[in-house]
Ligand binder design. Structure first.
Ligand code: NDP
Length: 497
């Protein structure tokens, strides 16, 4: 890959800053591609040991990790607050989600990798057929800064539970959080060989080096733009990729919704974490008959919500520019502000912004804003809401508020996951697979599908005994065998029953 900024002088350091104050939070080594290669090599050696452990042993190691993170929760949350900017309570909520994933993956990996016998079929009746799942080997996990604990752990825990070792590259904006999580695993499991879970630190170039390295899978979470680069680079070695990318998640508020509870949920879903959530609410489609009530309820919900209180600053300064571009452009294109407006931009803080009447084709309706800005649009009916909800290139999550038709509407949405009558509920259920389609990526993490994603399937066919005269793959096959085969095919397939 091109941007090899990690080839710089070996004494270069990676510095993370507090987004609220600009103060230095941590200084870490900046790993060059050669060091990334060494980390992968260590993980490869450790995989020989880790993959051979009974899954119950891996479960114990993962649960010890979780217990260690709980013990040090306050220190971890303080670090998340410092590097990412989110309030410590939100960091604690994030940790709760991550712990749920560690426990779920640890406890279900045995079932997920259990061998399965399948019927061999009449012509192969003398065979035993099995489907087995094996670890892939070494998994490279690349994580973003917005949920620096839950997002990577949502891949790491499943990869480890399935028997892989992991090299983790945290975002350059939250490297100390990444290091904390990795060191907690090592401290909780001092008897394990080095390299079961390792980390490399750096900027995009370090991630690029990990993608180009000899890993067996890349589990990438980040933007669609970087996801494309990752996939193109991984194609060089035909390394498989799991891509968890951005979103433009819609909410549908139907006429039979509990409108006040929908407004409460949208306020939080759009603004919490300063809107820097891949499954955050960016668009709302409200049926005309309840639109007025919804607007009023949403205004009420947000009346006292301010950045720097209810949620933190923008973690990355460039993100303020994206929000500004979408806001200014949407207002110029005819949109109006229901809550906030240009004054809401007080970098690094952005107060809640709600826009209405923004043309559907505008970037504010089509591109990921990734800030505390949501656009609400009135629609004639649910049919139109579904059409518009499905009208972007993204397809990650969605939410539907409807007392009677929630699931039916949800099934019509072109996306990976939907929450009905609650906000982001699926994200708190580790058994549910998570992932998107289109520009939101592909593949699934979490749940059984998430465990399967970190295994390779091996098919095994074992002959138990020969059937005289019915051996097909041999040059000794004679006319008698072919007569038997013709008779068998007639009986097996010569009818439409
Ligand atoms: P980026 O795509 O900028 O970065 C993601 C990670 O990739 C970072 O660790 C980054 O390193 C690294 N990286 C950058 N360039 C390369 C490269 N060429 N090759 C390999 N790795 C590289 O995303 P953000 O960190 O800005 O995260 C925000 C995005 O993540 C949003 O689009 C959001 O929607 C999405 N996201 C998706 C989630 C999901 O599950 N679907 C969950 C959370 C976020 P560095 O930071 O050091 O540059």
């Amino acid at each position: 890959m091109g941007e090899a900024d990690t080839t710089a002088a070996p004494d270069r350091r990676l510095r993370s800053l507090d987004p609220a104050t600009g103060n230095l939070v941590a200084e870490l080594p900046l790993h060059a591609p050669a060091e990334v290669g060494e980390a992968v090599h260590r993980a490869r050696r450790a995989a020989e040991y880790w993959s051979e452990l009974p899954w119950q042993e891996r479960r114990r190691a993962l649960l010890r990790w979780a217990a260690h993170l709980v013990r040090d929760a306050d220190a971890l949350c303080a670090l998340v607050h410092a590097e990412n900017g989110k309030p410590a309570d939100d960091a604690y909520l994030e940790l709760a989600l991550a712990l749920g994933h560690i426990r779920w993956a640890a406890r279900h990996a045995g079932r997920a990798v259990a061998a399965r016998r399948v019927a061999p079929g009449t012509l192969m009746a003398n065979f035993q057929a099995r489907v087995e799942r094996r670890p892939l080997g070494v998994v490279g996990v690349i994580g973003p800064w917005n949920y620096p604990v839950n997002t990577p752990i949502g891949s790491i825990a499943y990869a480890l539970a399935a028997g892989n070792t992991v090299v983790f590259k945290p975002s350059e904006h939250t490297p100390a959080v990444g290091r904390f999580c990795v060191e907690a695993f090592t401290a909780a499991n001092p008897g394990l060989p080095v390299g079961v879970l390792g980390a490399v630190f750096g900027e995009g170039g370090t991630g690029a080096a990990l993608v180009a390295s000899a890993v067996d899978l890349i589990a990438f979470t980040g933007s669609a733009a970087t996801g494309r680069k990752v996939m193109a680079s991984a194609a060089e070695r035909l390394t498989p990729v799991l891509l968890e990318l951005g979103g433009k998640d819609p909410v549908i508020v139907a006429a039979d919704a509990d409108v006040e509870s929908a407004a409460e949920a949208v306020a939080w879903g759009a603004m919490s974490n300063a809107g820097q959530t891949c499954i955050g609410v960016e668009r709302v489609y409200v049926e005309r008959s309840v639109a007025g009530r919804f607007h009023a309820a949403l205004r009420d919900e947000l009346r006292d919500i301010r950045a720097g209180g209810a949620y933190g600053p923008m973690t990355v300064p460039e993100q303020v520019d994206v929000v500004r571009r979408h806001l200014v452009g949407a207002l110029e294109a005819g949109g109006t502000a229901l809550v906030g407006g240009p004054d809401a931009l007080r970098p690094p803080y952005i107060d809640p912004i709600v826009l209405v009447d923004v043309p559907e084709s505008h970037p504010a309706m089509q591109e990921e804003t990734f800030g505390p800005l949501v656009v609400v649009r009135t629609v004639d009916d649910v049919e139109q809401a579904v059409q518009l909800a499905n009208g972007t290139r993204f397809g990650l999550g969605a939410t539907v508020f409807s007392r009677r038709h929630g699931l039916a509407i949800a099934r019509r949405l072109r996306c990976g996951t939907v929450s009905v009558n609650a906000m982001l509920a699926y994200a708190a259920i580790p058994a549910l697979p998570f992932g998107g389609m289109g520009d939101s990526g592909f593949g699934r993490i979490h749940g059984l599908e998430g465990l399967h994603a970190f295994t390779r399937t091996q098919a095994l066919a074992r002959r138990r005994f020969p059937i005289p005269g019915m051996t097909l793959p041999t040059f000794r096959r004679g006319p008698g065998t072919m007569r038997l085969l013709r008779a068998a095919l007639n009986r097996l397939h010569g009818h439409a029953r």
